[in-house]
Design a protein around this ligand. Sequence first.
Ligand SMILES: NC(=O)c1ccc[n+]([C@@H]2O[C@H](COP(=O)([O-])OP(=O)(O)OC[C@H]3O[C@@H](n4cnc5c(N)ncnc54)[C@H](OP(=O)(O)O)[C@@H]3O)[C@@H](O)[C@H]2O)c1
Length: 245
Amino acid sequence: MSEAGQKRVLVIGGTRGVGLQIARLLHQRRYRVRVLARDPAKASTQLGSAFEVVAGDLTKADTLRPAVQGVGHIIFTAGAPSGRYASEALVKATDYDGVIDTLAAAQSAGFQGRFVYLNTIGIKTPSYAALLINLLKRNTLLWRRRVEDRIRGSGLDYTIIRVGFLLDRRGGMHAVSVSQGALPLVLSHRIARADAAEAFVEAMEHPRVSRATFEIVWGSGPRQQTWNQLLERLKPDCHEAASQQ
Ligand SMILES: NC(=O)c1ccc[n+]([C@@H]2O[C@H](COP(=O)([O-])OP(=O)(O)OC[C@H]3O[C@@H](n4cnc5c(N)ncnc54)[C@H](OP(=O)(O)O)[C@@H]3O)[C@@H](O)[C@H]2O)c1
C-alpha cells in the first residue's frame, strides 16, 4: 500500500448515487473512506465495516466540524434531492450554505488537501432542461453557479467537475469528453455515474487539475484515452477566467 493510498478521504454525498460509487472506488484503491450520513445506522449497514461513517447534515453547520477532522481530501457530491420539488430555502441550505459551511469547517480544522466538488453542466448556459430543473429544484443552478465562486475564493486547493445527466450504466464503455467551456444541460450530454466516479477519484490528486474547473460528458465511440491523457491537457482557472467559467 502506498503512502498516498493510506489517506483518509471524506465523501459528502457518499450514501447514494455517484457519491456512493466514489466511496466504493476509493476503498478499492486503498484509501481510508469516511462518509457523512444523515442516517448513520442505515449508511453503516449499506457500506459495511470497512467504511467510517460519521453523522452529519449539511443544513446543520455544527455537525460538519467533526466530519472534516483529519481528512486528506474532501469529495462533495451531495445536493438537494433530484427529480422532485425542493423549495428554494432547502436548495440554498444544501447546495450553497452546505458547501460554504463545509469549506469553513475545513479551514478551521487546518485542512490542507483538495476539495473536489461535483457540479452540473448548464449552470451558465440557458436551456429548456435548465429552466425545468430550476422550476422543480428552485433555482438550484443559480445557487450552484454562485457557490463555484465561493470555492474558488476559499483559498483551499480545489477541483470543480461539472457532470452531464447521470445514468446508472456500466462504466468504461464510452469515450469521455472533457472540456472547459460552458456546455448546456441537454439530454445528449450525459455520462454514467460509474464514469463520473472514476473522474473524481482520478482528479483528486492529479496535479494538472489543482484549482481547475472542467466538464465531463460521454463522447462518441469507445473509451480510448486514459484518465491521465484526458486530464493532463486541462488548465487551471485564472482570476480573470474564473468569472467566465
Ligand atoms: N441526476 C442527474 O442527472 C444529475 C446531473 C448533474 C448533477 N447532479 C447532481 O449530482 C449529485 C449526485 O447525484 P446522484 O443522483 O448520483 O445522487 P443523489 O441520489 O442525488 O444523492 C444525493 C446525496 O446527497 C446527500 N444529501 C442530500 N442532502 C443532504 C444533507 N442535508 N446533508 C447531508 N447529505 C445530504 C444524500 O444523502 P441521503 O442519503 O441522506 O439522502 C445523498 O448521499 C447531486 O448533487 C445531484 O444534484 C445530478
